[in-house]
Design a protein around this ligand. Structure first.
Ligand code: GDP
Ligand code: ADP
Length: 215
């Protein structure tokens, strides 16, 4: 049924589990496209250019901003991150949903953009700060310095939770994933209700008329 695509924004302090949830959501529904951000940070082991991120130099990143190619961008942990605009516009036109793993600054910019009415935003909280710390360590991808920096920033990120449509406490991963799917399903139905049902109900009315004229 025809409907506009949704922009699904996931934010959380680093380590709360949003990349894991994003991956699971796209396994559940592979039609959801991931908004691959550009970043000036270095790739982690296992990250592939064009899959997790477009790894970009600072001058190239700045050139993209100057050309108006970014839907939003922000500096996080001393690096630039931004969401390229063109894939988002293409997805919306095709009626496809797009998933963003971006911070609160990006969330605010997308919500305040002309695409704001297409946004559903979800904030993921850790069950405790001790657990957040232990997940960052378990991931085993970052140095002690980087982990300490992320823990320091997490309080500020968390302070933006109330700006989001939904807030999930990611304690049990399966339960959080199920809640996330529920949000996406409900928001899709709401979208259909707004834009996709006129033609369907016209079809029902044509059926009524055909029955009346034959009866
Ligand atoms: N505003 C904005 N934030 C982004 C973008 N891409 C990633 N981020 C955020 O940048 C932060 C750091 O991401 P990353 O370096 O992958 O570390 P991780 O969150 O610990 O996996 C996270 O809060 C991401 O959500 C983007 O395109 N725009
Ligand atoms: N509900 C959960 N319970 C236990 N571990 C989790 C849970 N969610 C995520 N993790 C683990 O925590 C670490 C950080 O998760 P990740 O998705 O990389 O976080 P983020 O993208 O928010 O920085 C990963 O090792 C991941 O497997």
């Amino acid at each position: 049924m025809a409907r506009r695509g949704l922009l699904i924004i996931l934010s959380s302090p680093s380590g709360a589990g949003k990349s894991t949830l994003a991956r699971r959501l796209m396994q559940w529904d592979p039609t959801i496209r991931f908004s691959v951000s550009a970043t000036t940070r270095a790739p982690r082991a296992g990250e592939v250019d064009g899959r997790e991120y477009y790894f970009t130099s600072r001058p190239d990143f700045e050139a993209m901003i100057d050309k108006g190619e970014m839907l939003e961008h922000a500096e996080v942990f001393g690096n630039f991150y931004g969401s390229p605009k063109a894939p988002v516009e293409a997805a919306l036109q095709d009626g496809r949903d797009m998933l963003f793993d971006i911070d609160w600054q990006g969330g605010q910019q997308v919500r305040n953009s002309t695409l704001g009415k297409d946004v559903v935003s979800i904030f993921v909280l850790p069950p405790s700060i001790a657990e957040l710390d232990s997940r960052l360590r378990m991931r085993g991808q970052d140095s002690e310095d980087v982990i300490a920096g992320r823990m320091l920033k997490s309080r500020n990120e968390i302070s933006h939770w109330a700006e989001y449509d939904y807030v999930l406490i990611n304690d049990d991963l399966d339960a959080t994933e199920a809640a996330l799917r529920g949000i996406v399903q409900s928001e899709r139905l709401r979208r259909e209700r707004q834009t996709g049902l006129n033609e369907f109900v016209r079809g029902l009315n044509r059926e009524f008329e055909a029955r009346n004229s034959s009866g």
